[in-house]
Structure formats: C-alpha cells, structure tokens
Design a binder for this molecule. Structure first.
Ligand code: GDP
Ligand code: MG
Length: 774
C-alpha cells in the first residue's frame, strides 16, 4: 500500500540522543554524527509501506565475535543510513546501543534496524551471540522470515552458531551463510564449507570464489554472473562503497578463471541434484553447455532451494575491510523470503484484521514502554486502540515508528509484513499477541472453529489447520527456559524498595527469562537468571537506567530435589483458633516418578474413588497443599521434581477451614518427603570449549577438578574442540579462569543439559556448606 498523496509525514525528527539514549538512560558522547541523507524524507514517502514482496525481515545470527555487529554497520552504511562507519572496537556502533554492550563489545539486546536496499525494505534484527541470551535469539527468530548466519572464516561453525542454527531449523527459517573475516591469515573456505556440512548438517552451495587469501584477499568472483568484483585499486574507495565490477576474462588470471569455472560447474550440479525444475532445464535445454545457462535461471534455482531449505547459499567477505557486503545485501533481497512467502498458520483466521506479535519491549523514561511489533496481517495506525489477547485488555497505541538506524521515524500507518516500534502500549509484555479489537479476536476464533470442523470433515483444510494453532488464537510465544542461577538483590535503603520493584517489573517485561520472586522465609527479593553474565547485566542496568545502587548476594545455583523411595505418611492437624476447632486427617503416598524425568514435573492423583467423595473446594485445598510442598523440598528447600503423590484419604471434621486442610496436607507431604530420602539434583551443563592445542592439557586438567566429564575432543584447524558435561556449581567464574589458563586462546559456551542426582559425597559437602552459610 502506497501513501495517499498529500499525507504529511512527520519524519526524521528524533535523533537517537532523544530516543534510545533516553530510553536507556545513559549519556554517550557520540564520536560521530549519524545522519540521514538529504532526500531521505522523499524516499521514505515512497517506501514507507513498501509492497509486501519487497520486505525482508532478516535475522543476523552468529557466534560471538564472528562479526555480526560489524557486518550490520556496513549494511547500514552502504544503504545510506549512516554517514560514517561505526566500529565495534571503538564502541560507536548503532546496533550495540546499550552502554554495557559498547563497553563489553558484545551484542545483548536484539535491536531491530530498518533500511532500504535496491527498492527493498530490510528489517534487520541483530541477535545476541552469548549463550546466556539464547532466549533473545529465539524471540527474534520467531518474527523473522529469513536469516543470515555470519561465520568467522578462520573458525568455521562455532558452538553458539550451532545452537542458533538449531533454533532457526525449528522455525524452518531459510538462511544464507556469510563467511566473514576472509582477510585473516587463517581463513579457510574449504574448512568452513566442510564444517557447515558436518556440524550444521546443511548443504552449502558456494555462490562466490574469493580472489586472493588472507591479507591478499581483494575481492570475489560471482559464480552466477561471472562478475569479478574487487575492492582494491585506484578506482575503488577506501570505505568499500565504490568497487570494480566487470566480467571475469580468461586473460585476467588463468588460474582464477579455471577455479571459477570449476566452482560454477559444481554449483550447477549441486542445484540440479536438489531441484528437479533446474535439473530438467539443465538436461533439456542446455545439455552440457553450462556456460549458456542464464544468470536469471540460476538465481531462481538458488532461491527455490534456499526457501525449501534444501541448501544454503554461501557468500564470502570481510566486513571489517569493507569487502563483500554489497553482494551479501543483494543475496538477502534475492534469495531470502518475503513475509507473504512464509506460512504463518494462525494468522489466516484474522484475514485483513490486525494481528501482530510483541517481540521486544524497551523502556523509555519519557515515553514509557516502546514495543516492537511484527505485523502479520492488517495494519497498524497511531492513535488507535488495540486488543491484547494475552492480557485480555484494550490498549492504545499513540505513535507508530520505524527504527531507521539510530533514528526513529514517525509514520501514519504500517501494513502487514513490517516491523514497527510503537509508543503507548503500557501492559504489553514480550510475547503477547495484539489484534484490532476483542470483536475481531472473537470473529477469528469463530473462523478457526469452523476451520477445525471442516478439517475434521476431511475438507482440504485438513492439511493446513493444526488443532493446536486453531484452538488458540495466541501466536505461539517463546519457550522460556528455567533460570539456573539466582541471588538476593537489595536496595541501598528501604525507601528505594518500591523503585527497585518498579525497575524489576520493567526489566521482566523486556526479558521473560529474568525471574523475580520473594523468599518466603526471609522476605528478600530474589533475582533468577540464565547465567552469571545475565544477572550481572541486569544489576548493571538497574544502576545505569534506574539509578539504583543495589547489592547482590552471592550467586547461587538453582538446585532441585527429588526422592529415592516410596513412603506413606499420615498426619492429623487439630487446632483451636478462637472459638473454632479444626480437625483434619490425611494419608498420602509419595513415590519417585520416573516417567517424568524428561519433563521434570510432579503430579497428584487420588486413590480409588475418594476424589468423587471430596467437594470441589476441599479438593482444591488438598491440591494447594501438595503444590506448596512441591515448591520447597525437604533437604534444602529447593523445588521438588519427578515425584508422584497419591492421596489415600482425607477426613475433614465439620467446622474445619480449607486453609487448615491445605496446611495439614503440606505438613504431611513434608513428613513423607523427608522419610523418602531426599536427593538433591544439580543442573549439569553441556560445555563446548575451543582451545589452541598447546593449552588443551591445562583446560582438561582444570575440568577434571570441576567434576567435568569429557565426551569428545575434535580437531578443528589448529584448534581442539572439547565437548563435556560439567555441574553448573563448578562453573562460577569460568570465563576468567579459562582466559588465564589459555592466555585468552579459548572460547566456550554452555547450556543446561539436565538435572542430575548429586553423588552422596558432593551432596554432603553442599549440605555442610549451606549449613555453614545459614
Ligand atoms: P559480533 O560479536 O559477532 O557482533 O562481532 P563484532 O562485529 O563485534 O566483531 C568482533 C571482532 O571481530 C571485532 O574486533 C571486529 O573488529 C572483528 N572483525 C569483524 N569483522 C572482521 C573481518 O572481516 N575481519 C577481521 N579480521 N576482523 C573482523
Ligand atoms: Mg555484536
């Protein structure tokens, strides 16, 4: 949908200084000024709502340090949205916009940026590379249609890429690979391709061959057009904007000519292998004459195999040295899907009504929460009310913005397929579904219901309508992993407690993987997170953005508890409160629940027909009693898992209150759990360490002391990659130790693998330690 003539756009008004910097409450002296090109307003008017086929919602994912941020910066620069090249090493990039990120040189928040490239609108989401923030990645992937995986060409596929790649696979997201850092002496095309094949189990199709290697890397030959692109020479600009682009001749460099021809032949064969249409074309029309296959036909084939995920196009370059980024941008627009080419199942029930997913919330001191929305259907307008299905409430959007680089541009409406930044939504939390009105949600529900019925009647809908999606009109949210670390957090004075609670509320709306709870015994506020860095960053943000100097208690591991044997216990509670006498007797059995080991849950069942004999209220009180006992195990007070409870009998004397029923059940549960032999379960992490060979033994020795077990040691280039599992409790401060042990020649990543029973010795040590602490 284009703009109607005469619509005035209040565009290009806010600079970052008035927006995201205030959002985040920090003052950074901008070393350089980023500003729009003069005719931006004009071009914006033309493309504020581009045709949906021209939109690309793209994630950029990679292992930390592979060069995501540098690549993003180059994209913004070449597309004309920034005037100077940002540099992560100087800490002045656009996308790494939180102060902590600038200081640490890592990308934590997935900041969305919008820019245009050759008549296409690209919404780019920079996903974090640190394992503590996989939820951010998952959340970003949820709203993307395609992704670019950036690799360090000297390292190939690294641990975190593998995790993110798996997530992309889960969401069926078509990808393009970019082998960055081709300028490094250790860069290896063949090694990187092999590792994509072996580790990602993907089918890489190489679209370019590099010209020169290491420091001598000067450009690329595009195998589709046989164009030779070089970024070195008199006619080229230092910033890489201007480069030489001409057809490769056999006289240029006979070796390169031969290499390119061979690679092109391999590309055609690979495409024919996975794409029948292309195979037919090749056999039928062109025979063996590969040279005659037009570039357009090749591009179409590459696009088909990319969208069907039968193959991944691979491109090369060096973002830092300003080489190869423009062809990458071309590949994004040419091979990755437009929003209407992706099947977002539930959305069809909304037809042309608004349906959008809130995928990120950022807090702005002046304007309140800013919510990033991916619009799936319908359109979004400022000054309109919308209905939040998850919160079951109506809210008002006051302004709709496009996040062009570091500027937020206000626009009068935004249509399906786009990503919008909205002002005004106060209740919306990351993961919520936003529609135009309650009536629209009801209408969609009706359509969905009809769809399901038709599907059941065997109508064509059968293949498409999945029961789960239709019955729920909420866009599938993001799975929130259980936090593994926690610590107490205290305000400097009690008068700041309310401010702290407000800050924690805001942070939780932004990041559902952060959990906050109150310790029932001490009344202290407890912060639970995904890792040391996660909690540290939250602590930092509370200080910088909310101006509260908090004190964190020691970081503790979130243990779990279970039991080793079945026990039956009875308990009678006989208490007189005021005039009333309450008498409740229960008998129950707790047993280890082996079937639930993977889901790590507990359950409640009733013996015989006693469930039918209890009134609904009494049953609820019994359930509450059991559940509250599950929350605090008998050994150390950690949540209980993999336990099954069977209620044998409940006897409630007339006049006894329901609270007393719950209390009696809880007490009886505690007794039974204590007798059943408490077992502490500890989080065990799967760990990947990549380390230079000379440091391998030091790392192995250290891991042995951490109760780690090594499963595999693989060779990769000059490095070793070590796969192990290690109890989380032993991994505090590991990054510092690893850096010292290897003089900085190692990287690692870890994620929760499972909860495992502690051996009796380790459990005793823990119990003593806890006793000493308390
Ligand atoms: P991110 O963690 O993936 O966002 O990576 P960054 O963009 O922050 O880059 C990490 C480091 O690699 C920085 O020191 C960059 O200067 C450097 N870097 C990025 N791209 C290249 C490249 O093409 N070649 C080389 N040699 N270094 C690069
Ligand atoms: Mg980064």
């Amino acid at each position: 949908m284009q703009f109607a003539a005469g619509v005035i756009i209040r565009a290009c008004v806010q600079r970052c200084r008035s927006c995201s910097s205030q959002t985040l409450g920090w003052r950074v002296q901008w070393k350089r000024s980023y500003s729009f090109l003069k005719d931006d307003v004009k071009s914006l008017r033309a493309v504020a709502n581009p045709d949906v086929s021209k939109i690309r919602n793209i994630g950029i994912m990679a292992h930390i340090d592979a060069g995501k941020t540098t690549t993003t910066e180059r994209m913004l620069y070449y597309s004309g949205y920034t005037r100077a090249l940002g540099d992560v090493d100087d800490g002045d990039t656009v996308t790494d916009y939180m102060a902590q990120e600038r200081e640490r040189g890592i990308t934590i928040q997935s900041a969305a940026v919008t820019f245009d490239w050759k008549e296409h609108r690209v919404n780019l989401i920079d996903t974090p590379g640190h394992v503590d923030f996989t939820l951010e990645v998952e959340r970003a992937l949820r709203v993307l249609d395609g992704a670019v995986a950036v690799f360090d060409a000297s390292a190939g596929v690294e641990a975190q890429t593998l995790t993110v790649w798996r997530q992309a696979e889960k969401h069926q997201i078509p990808c393009v690979c970019f082998l960055n850092k081709m300028d490094k002496p250790g860069a290896s095309l063949s090694y990187s391709l092999e590792s994509i094949r072996r580790k990602l189990k993907a089918n890489p199709v190489l679209l370019q061959v590099p010209i020169g290697s290491g420091k001598g890397f000067t450009g690329l030959v595009d195998l589709i057009t046989k164009q030779r692109m070089t970024w070195q020479g008199k006619s080229c600009s230092e910033d890489g904007r201007v480069f030489e682009n001409r057809v490769l001749q056999s006289t240029d460099d006979p070796e390169l000519w031969e290499e390119a021809n061979k690679a092109r032949g391999a590309l055609l064969e690979q495409l024919a292998d996975v794409d029948d249409e292309f195979a037919e074309l090749l056999l039928g029309e062109y025979g063996d004459n590969f040279d005659a296959v037009p570039a357009e036909k090749l591009r179409e084939a590459v696009r088909r195999v990319t969208l069907s995920r039968k193959a991944v196009p691979v491109l090369c370059g060096s973002s830092l040295k300003n080489k190869g980024v423009q062809p990458l941008l071309d590949a994004i627009t040419e091979y990755l899907p437009a929003p209407n080419e992706r099947n977002h199942d539930l959305v069809r029930w909304y037809k042309d009504d608004l349906c959008a997913l809130a995928f990120k919330v950022v807090h702005d001191k002046q304007r309140g929460p800013l919510v990033f929305l991916r619009i799936y259907s319908g359109s979004l307008k400022p000054q309109s009310s919308v209905y939040n299905i998850n919160r079951n409430g109506t809210e008002r959007i006051s302004r709709v913005l496009l996040p062009f680089a570091d500027r937020h541009v206000e626009i009068p409406s935004l249509s399906a397929g786009n990503i919008a930044l909205t002002v005004g939504l106060k209740q919306t939390v990351t993961g919520d579904t936003i529609v135009s009105s309650k009536a629209s949600a009801v209408a969609a529900a009706r359509r969905a219901q009809r769809g399901v019925e038709e599907a059941q009647n065997g109508v064509e809908e059968a293949q498409r309508g999945s029961g789960r999606e239709s019955s729920s009109l909420v866009l599938a949210g993001v799975e929130v992993p259980e936090p593994v670390f926690f610590c107490t957090i205290e305000p400097p004075t009690m008068s700041k407690q309310a401010d702290l609670e407000h800050a924690l509320n805001c942070l939780q709306r932004e990041d559902p993987s952060l959990k906050v709870r109150t310790d029932p015994d001490s009344g202290q506020t407890i912060l639970c997170g995904m890792g040391e860095l996660h909690i540290e960053i939250m602590h930092d943000r509370i200080k910088r953005e909310y101006n509260i100097e908090t004190h964190l208690g020691p970081l503790q591991v979130a243990y779990r508890e279970t039991i080793l044997q079945s026990v039956t216990a009875t308990d009678t509670l006989d208490r007189t409160l005021g005039e009333k006498r309450h008498i409740v007797t229960v008998e129950l059995t707790v047993s280890p629940w082996v079937e639930s080991v993977t889901s790590a849950q507990c359950n409640i069942a009733y013996d015989g027909n006693i469930e039918t004999q209890l009134s609904a209220e009494v049953k609820e009180a019994v359930d509450n009693g059991v559940q509250s006992a599950y929350l605090q195990g008998p050994v150390l007070g950690y949540p209980v898992q993999c336990v099954s409870t069977v209620i044998q009998s409940v006897c409630v004397e007339p006049g006894s209150s329901l609270a007393m029923v719950s209390a009696c059940v809880s007490r009886c549960m505690l007794k039974a759990l204590q007798q059943a032999g408490g077992q502490v379960l500890e989080p065990v992490m799967s760990l990947e360490v990549t380390v230079g060979e000379e440091y391998l033994s030091a790392v192995l020795g250290d891991l042995a002391q951490r109760r780690g077990s090594v499963h595999d040691i693989q060779s990769r280039h000059d490095n070793k990659m070590l796969l192990a599992t290690v109890p989380l409790a032993e991994m505090m401060g590991y990054s510092t130790v690893l850096r010292t042990l290897t003089s900085g020649n190692a990287t690692f990543s870890m994620e929760l693998s499972s909860y495992e029973p502690m051996n009796p010795q380790a459990q005793n040590t823990l119990l003593n330690k806890m006793a000493g602490l308390s």
